[in-house]
Design a protein around this ligand. Structure first.
Ligand SMILES: C[S@@+](CC[C@H](N)C(=O)[O-])C[C@H]1O[C@@H](n2cnc3c(N)ncnc32)[C@H](O)[C@@H]1O
Length: 277
């Protein structure tokens, strides 16, 4: 008997690009740049020109920054040469030559890197939670403070709420602007109360039943807002503020972040912080 080998149909997962799916699922560079640009102006009374994006991954925020104004410059710092190369090809590749010339991608450890002093320094999407040790994260904050321009502002985000301390998986349906849709799944796989260790995964599921399990995995410490504020002040920042969002008419978060002295004990919240040099 002759066996004919059939070529297996390529699944959607097999053809998927995990960096593109990540950007569609968890990033919104225009909204992030709106917030940091406006907040810097409010705090410092002038527009920022230079921005450093730490843990930049695909450097999507750097690209948005240089698009905003002709004089804006950006540095993106990431350890991973492959993700930087993806960003260079896909995100920087969509810029014009002048915009591209105002971005520098640096493959380095954010705890050791040296760059010119930026007005704005960003560590977003909780990436600094990779620094699990108190001395190490404070050392990083000290370096950030020393690196920044004299009136520089450090922007971070944080999430929390009682669901943050639970093992769970949340799913969201994401529309692809190029057509179709997929499911983004956020799994909090481990939370360990003694050390605060927090292991999370991102999975993508597709309409043909295929999935990209653990497309991204993070071994973090779940830092709380009071700890982060204390560490930033210990690192020498002069003022640290927390920005909380309100609710729209349908009871959903409204995306408008305002400075607060007290938050709400929600199941899940996302906040921004600023730390002024
Ligand atoms: C979750 S991604 C963040 C992507 C993007 N900044 C965002 O807002 O979604 C975390 C990135 O941090 C990088 N990374 C981890 N440790 C680092 C370090 N010590 N220095 C520089 N980059 C690091 C990883 O390579 C990865 O690309």
């Amino acid at each position: 008997m002759i066996h004919t080998k059939r070529r297996p149909e390529a699944t959607i997962a097999a053809c998927a690009d995990r960096h593109r799916l990540y950007q569609l699922s968890v990033q919104n560079p225009p909204a992030e740049v709106d917030f940091v640009d406006r907040t810097y102006r409010l705090l410092r009374g002038r527009s920022a020109r230079t921005l450093r994006e730490d843990f930049c991954g695909t450097a999507a925020v750097c690209c948005e920054w240089v698009r905003r104004r002709k004089r804006n410059r950006a540095w993106g710092v990431d350890l991973d040469v492959d993700v930087l190369e993806w960003g260079r090809q896909h995100n920087l590749g969509e810029l014009d030559e002048n915009q591209r010339s105002r971005i520098e991608l640096v493959q380095a450890d954010v705890c050791k890197v040296e760059t010119p002093p930026p007005d704005i320094l960003l560590a977003m999407n909780f990436s600094y939670w990779l620094l699990r040790d108190r001395q190490v994260i404070r050392g990083y904050f000290e370096r950030v403070r020393d690196t920044m321009a004299p009136d520089g502002v450090f922007f971070l985000d944080a999430f929390g709420g009682y669901d943050a301390f639970r093992v769970l998986t949340e799913e969201r349906r994401i529309q692809d602007p190029d057509g179709g849709a997929f499911t983004y799944a956020w799994e909090q796989a481990v939370y360990e109360p003694v050390t605060g260790r927090f292991v999370c995964h991102i999975h993508f599921r597709f309409d043909d039943g295929s999935e990209w399990n653990r497309a991204f995995s993070y071994d973090w410490r779940l830092w709380t807002l009071p700890e982060i504020r204390e560490l930033l002040l210990e690192a020498g920042f002069s003022r640290v503020m927390v920005y909380w969002q309100g609710w729209d008419e349908d009871g959903n978060p409204d995306g408008v972040f305002v400075p607060v002295e007290a938050g709400e004990p929600d199941a899940g919240w996302i906040a921004y912080l600023t730390a002024e040099k």
